[in-house]
Ligand binder design. Structure first.
Ligand code: NAP
Length: 241
């Protein structure tokens, strides 16, 4: 039986690349999105036409009740999941002195709250099965900090702490919890940044591709990574060592 992978924020960018990669490796994908219905349906159609298996799953990861209900319904219908990738994320950048309470809380609730809301309902089936892979998508900002991103850096550093703590909680049940921390990756999220300037700061002198993040996720989700838990794998062209 193929493994089931839940990927949040799968309609675009990094999440989409992760969904395609895991599907190519034989996982049935639950492709979560919040608003981009057409894009999520298009992704699932693409996976199916390549011989894979996927279904779109609409829920807003910042909404704990809606997320729990949607995931519990999926689990009731299909069992699983075997792999959970908490990828959905947003930015609301600005200097802290100018940052609104809403800019703070929406980023924390989506990026960090989303991890809690998504992973919690998946734990019982994983612990019962004594197998599973949980992967959080953090950020260079969460590892190194970044001016203008106090909210985002807090959410992404918090995600690293949450993953390490959860890794220790559930290691005895053979469920691993790891983090992938991307640097600048070519997606909608960075489309307004001054790419030419920023590329000069990257030791490898370019932005990364979503597929390069997906490769790291794929490894951590694989059998080969069975003895790795609580690890932060940076995929950042050498920006933070
Ligand atoms: P993106 O292109 O902006 O895509 C974001 C995805 O998240 C979309 O599929 C979006 O779906 C979904 N999403 C947003 N809010 C959601 C919510 N409340 N509930 C469910 N889904 C939601 O971003 P990306 O660059 O691929 O980033 C993916 C992850 O990587 C994020 O966690 C981001 O922080 C992290 N990251 C990105 C970079 C980078 O340089 N791109 C660097 C480091 C870390 P809808 O359109 O349906 O809302």
């Amino acid at each position: 039986m193929s493994r089931i992978a839940l990927v949040t924020g799968a309609s675009r960018g990094i999440g989409r690349a992760i969904a395609l990669r895991l599907a190519r490796e034989g996982c049935r994908v639950w492709a979560n999105y919040s608003g981009s219905k057409e894009a999520a349906e298009g992704l699932c159609a693409e996976i199916e036409s390549a011989g894979g298996s996927a279904r779109p799953a609409q829920f807003n990861v910042a909404d704990g009740e809606a997320t729990a209900l949607a995931i519990e319904t999926l689990i009731d219908e299909e069992g699983g999941p075997d792999v959970v990738v908490s990828n959905a994320g947003i930015t609301r950048d600005g200097l802290m002195a100018m940052m609104s309470g809403d800019d703070w809380s929406s980023v924390i609730n989506t990026n960090l709250g989303g991890f809690f809301h998504v992973v919690k309902p998946c734990l019982r089936p994983m612990l019962r099965k004594r197998a599973g892979r949980i992967i959080g998508i953090s950020s260079l900002s969460g590892e190194a900090g970044n001016a203008g991103q106090v909210n985002y850096a807090a959410s992404k550093a918090g995600l690293i702490g949450a993953c390490k703590a959860l890794a220790k909680e559930i290691a005895s049940r053979n469920v691993t919890v790891n983090v992938v921390a991307p640097g600048f990756i070519e997606t909608d999220m960075v489309k307004d940044l001054p790419k030419d300037e920023l590329e000069k700061l990257v030791p490898l002198k370019r932005f990364g591709k979503p597929e390069e993040v997906a490769a790291a996720v794929s490894f951590l989700a694989s059998e080969e990574a069975a003895y790795i838990t609580g690890h932060v794998l940076s995929v950042n062209g050498g920006m933070y060592m």
